[in-house]
Design a protein around this ligand. Sequence first.
Ligand code: NAP
Length: 275
Amino acid sequence: MSDADETTTNEAGLTADGAGGASVGAGRAGVWRGNPVAVITGASQGLGLALARGLAERGWSLVIDARTADKLAAADYELAKLTTVIALTGDVTDETHRADLAEAAAGLGGASLLVNNASALGGSPMPALADFPLPDLLTTFTVNVLAPVALAQVLLPQLREHGGEIVNISSDAAVEPYAGWGGYGASKAALDHASAILGLEEPKVRVWAVDPGDLRTQMHQDAFPGEDISDLPLPEEVVPGFLRLIDERRPSGRYQAGDLLPKAAASAAAADGEA
Ligand SMILES: NC(=O)c1ccc[n+]([C@@H]2O[C@H](COP(=O)([O-])OP(=O)(O)OC[C@H]3O[C@@H](n4cnc5c(N)ncnc54)[C@H](OP(=O)(O)O)[C@@H]3O)[C@@H](O)[C@H]2O)c1
């Protein structure tokens, strides 16, 4: 591990059944020793933490990161009650940090799942393209496109071995051109395209770009500073859609989490959104 990384390791040592994860690895082609391992970036809050909770409850071992040490430590503390967690403080744009994430996953038996969730908005409020400071635009693409591809590169040997999966978190802004969303939206469109090509190039690995839908998170609040976003669903509400994608090992492609939700959860999420 690099000196820059603050590392905490918790060995809860729960089996899949012990963690209540009856369907761990259901329908998966790969073989692994012990619990399956997921690497989730940006898992100290929001969707990343919700996905980490959902996977931990099913007995997945986790390697998680975020840049802010205290928030990551709080997530680590909570998740370690459910499963084995390695939490590495760092930035996905840092090559050494990415190598540390891959090394940590290898130490747990090898990654079966990579969730590229950490993301940059590009500014708050988000600037129009005409005024977008180019260093910020570069950072947006580095975090949202380059880092996910780079992390996939270092983890692909493990993912291939396990017949694993990559989830690249997308957005409707990748498809719909919203004024003010040029940097973020273009970067997510590029991530979608890279996901589609990786899916073609890697027959042993499923590669999914998943639009989670609008969620009540810090990033969404930053996108709409000062606005009331309390009507939006919490990230936990879309997690069952992601778990279904993983359980059913759907073909590589682009998905919307809302379309994968069981009907009841979908209507509850919709009702919550209307409240
Ligand atoms: N919220 C929505 O409505 C919505 C809609 C569509 C798509 N999405 C996508 O969903 C994903 C999660 O978003 P969210 O709303 O849950 O965001 P969030 O609540 O702001 O959480 C983002 C997480 O990523 C970490 N992070 C950010 N930059 C990082 C970096 N460079 N290196 C490592 N970790 C980093 C953050 O911690 P630190 O800041 O401490 O690093 C935090 O843990 C993103 O890909 C986003 O584009 C969200």
